[in-house]
Design a protein around this ligand. Structure first.
Ligand SMILES: [Zn+2]
Ligand SMILES: [Zn+2]
Length: 271
């Protein structure tokens, strides 16, 4: 009720410029929130194509309502785009309609994680390969003197923090990090492709990251558990927090101020 149950989808604004990272079930709420305020070209950057990161795509209203261009970017298939995988997933008998039947036109771009993405309007996003079954891509968005890194899904390595990843997220204002488990839980989940909030803090502190949003939380944990975890984490890193659904974080372009706005937790109906 407080932290949310949707799967991964993050809206990134560089000024007015919109990027969407991942198309989990949260993209449906994002589509509704955007309303008419949607650019003619929508760029969706996939970390990878596991179901929890693509399953919301057909429920993204801007693709259902107008002839616009939706471009997807995928960096973990050795240069191949998401096209074949999405066509396979969104077609009968798994899904009633194909993306090609939508009013929007889909264009799928493949790249190799580590390459820099340059968009038509001159926007530049850097990328980094992440340790996850089948691979995943981390992103770094820079606007003016501020930056945000999206590092999910990822499993930490034995030697930690990883040198390459440390350089990639160095000095960023906000790192969104896969903290699915705690160190106490991790031994049972080794090899699943996810990390812990403790490793997120270690990476953040090793790389001079200013604030940390723990993301991709384990769906079996309840609000009380996550709130307690957050309190424990903030003892080690006061600027770390667990990302809430619909939360927005504003990085003031002129200064160094970071304002995190938390939505009020939904009321739990009395039973
Ligand atoms: Zn995954
Ligand atoms: Zn995932």
């Amino acid at each position: 009720m407080e932290f949310g149950g949707h799967t991964a989808c993050v809206e990134i604004r560089c000024g007015e410029r919109l990027f969407i990272v991942d198309a989990g079930t949260g993209i449906s709420a994002l589509g509704n929130a955007l309303g008419e305020n949607v650019p003619d070209i929508v760029d969706i950057l996939f970390s990878h194509l596991h179901l929890d990161h693509v399953g919301g795509l057909p429920f993204f209203k801007p693709a259902l309502t107008k002839e616009r261009l939706v471009r997807t970017y995928c960096g973990n298939l050795d240069g191949d785009s998401a096209m074949d995988s999405l066509d396979k997933l969104f077609s009968p008998p798994l899904f009633p309609v194909r993306l090609s039947q939508f009013p929007a036109r889909f264009e799928h771009v493949g790249f190799k994680a580590g390459e820099t993405l340059t968009f038509d309007d001159g926007a530049v996003v850097t990328t980094h390969s992440l340790n996850h079954p089948g691979g995943a891509t981390g992103y770094r968005f820079t606007h003016g003197n501020r930056s945000v890194c999206y590092i999910s899904d990822v499993e930490h390595s034995e030697a930690w923090p990883d040198k390459g990843l440390t350089e990639f997220v160095r000095d960023t204002d906000l790192m969104i990090y896969d903290g699915m488990f705690s160190e106490a839980e991790y031994p049972r989940c080794r090899g699943w492709g996810h990390s812990t909030w403790e490793k997120g803090v270690e990476l953040a502190q090793g790389a001079g990251v200013k604030s940390l949003a723990i993301f991709h939380i384990y769906p079996g944990h309840d609000d009380a558990f996550i709130r307690a975890l957050e309190t424990e984490m903030q003892r080690v890193m006061p600027t770390a927090f667990v990302a809430r659904e619909r939360q927005s974080v504003i990085l003031d372009a002129s200064g160094s101020e970071t304002v995190a706005d938390c939505p009020k937790p939904a009321k739990v109906p009395a039973i």
